[in-house]
Design a protein around this ligand. Structure first.
Ligand SMILES: *Cc1c(COP(=O)(O)O)cnc(C)c1O
Length: 394
């Protein structure tokens, strides 16, 4: 049996006619830059995310970059983030000339640890250094622990840019004052950054991204920076860039957005099946650490997207051998990510030795993403677990 890590074909086959009609509409309109398709998607994503405004941009990476630019972050500034994420989280900080500073992750969620964030903010304040922003990442589709992060950001006067690239629609239990409240990824920070890279839960037929915010002035700044910093047209008091979302992508994404909650639910069903099969095989726990669901305990009637499972990431010893074993048996799997951000060669000059962020470094040795996309059949998931069982018990 063949189980690919991701197969985009069933999704496209089901929507093909509707998408072709919409793309034809854009072609015939001759409105090829911004325009009504982009505005319509912006409104829909703002509403879906529970944020007041959304600004379409060219990618998730550019969503981060434009947010940093619109916050005026540049050379001499420090930006606090997780050492365990896709490179773009850190790359955008380096691109504006700022310095990335890291706070280690929580081992269970693999998201940034608010206690480590507090320590670093305190250390910087004591040394009269200035952290200008925090970028928590909602890794694999589950929100970071945002309440303490937002409280710390308030206390220290720091902006928060949510890297929600993997987490569109993920709900976060934001329990202030003993009162339970749910917020959605992108609706909590100063900015929420989304990616429509084809492998994300809401993926285009090319690159695309979006920034959400609740601040009308910040939304205006984002629109200015995505368009060369021009305000009005041909008058530039700032240097932005060409970071606009393409209307062809916008119309495709608008069609797909209507199906997103159904796809999230199918991914969660796949996660439940994996958990059941791993438990039945006696692997769950010691041999295979399953992804922890930080907010699932508070979910009633399944109405919250507490985890949207962009990736289903297990942790195992002998990860590299298991990966090879699965790959040779036609099971797709991938390591997100094999090298922490602080260990990347482009940061060499800042000398952050191995051991600086032990939890992240351990995660980089043990993480393995298994196929979780919506259209997988239960037999395929069963085959994955059977094959992993054969690896551990030959
Ligand atoms: C995908 C991703 C990005 C970048 O998005 P692109 O649209 O590919 O530029 C940034 N951060 C994280 C965590 C991602 O997963």
């Amino acid at each position: 049996m063949n189980v690919p890590l991701l197969d985009l074909k069933p999704q496209m086959d089901a929507l093909r006619e509707e998408i072709l009609q919409a793309v034809t509409r854009v072609i015939d309109s001759t409105q090829y830059i911004l325009g009504p398709e982009v505005s319509r998607l912006e409104d829909a994503v703002a509403e879906y995310s529970g944020a007041s405004f959304a600004v379409g941009v060219s990618s998730g990476t550019d969503a981060l970059l434009v947010s940093l630019m619109a916050l005026g972050i540049g050379p001499g500034d420090r930006v606090l983030t997780t050492p365990y994420s896709f490179f773009a989280t850190m790359g955008s900080i380096l691109r504006v000339g700022a310095l990335p500073v890291f706070a280690d992750i929580q081992p269970a969620s693999m998201n940034i640890d608010p206690d480590r964030v507090a320590e670093q903010l305190k250390k910087d304040a004591a040394a009269s250094r200035l952290i200008k922003a925090i970028i928590p990442v909602h890794l694999y589709g589950q929100c970071a622990d945002m309440r303490p992060i937002m409280e710390l950001a308030d206390e220290y006067g720091v902006a928060v840019i949510e890297d929600a690239a993997q987490a569109i629609g993920a709900d976060c239990l934001y329990d202030g004052d003993g009162r339970e409240e749910w917020k959605r990824a992108g609706a909590m920070g100063t900015a929420g950054c989304f990616s429509f890279f084809p492998s994300k839960n809401l993926g285009g037929i090319g690159d695309g991204g979006m920034v959400t915010t609740n601040d009308p002035d910040f939304a205006d700044q984002l629109r200015i920076f995505r368009n060369h910093g021009a305000s009005p047209k041909y008058f530039h008091s700032q240097t932005g860039g060409n970071f606009r979302l393409d209307p062809v992508q916008a119309c495709v994404l608008g069609i797909k957005l209507k199906h997103l909650d159904k796809w999230h639910a199918q991914r969660r069903r796949n996660s439940d099946l994996y958990r059941q099969y791993f438990r039945e095989a006696g692997l769950a726990g010691d041999l295979v650490m399953l992804p922890s669901e930080q907010y699932a305990h508070a979910v009633g009637h399944g109405q919250y997207n507490h985890h949207i499972y962009n990736q289903f990431v297990i942790r195992v010893q002998k990860r590299d051998q298991l990966r090879e074993f699965l790959t040779s048996r036609q099971i797709g799997c991938e390591v997100y990510y094999p090298l922490c951000l602080h260990q990347q060669k482009c940061l060499e000059k800042y000398d952050m030795p191995a051991g600086s962020f032990p939890e992240a470094e351990q995660a980089a040795l043990e993480s393995l993403a298994l196929p979780i996309y919506p259209e997988l059949r239960p037999e395929q998931l069963q085959y994955v677990v059977e094959t992993i069982t054969r690896f551990f018990r030959p």
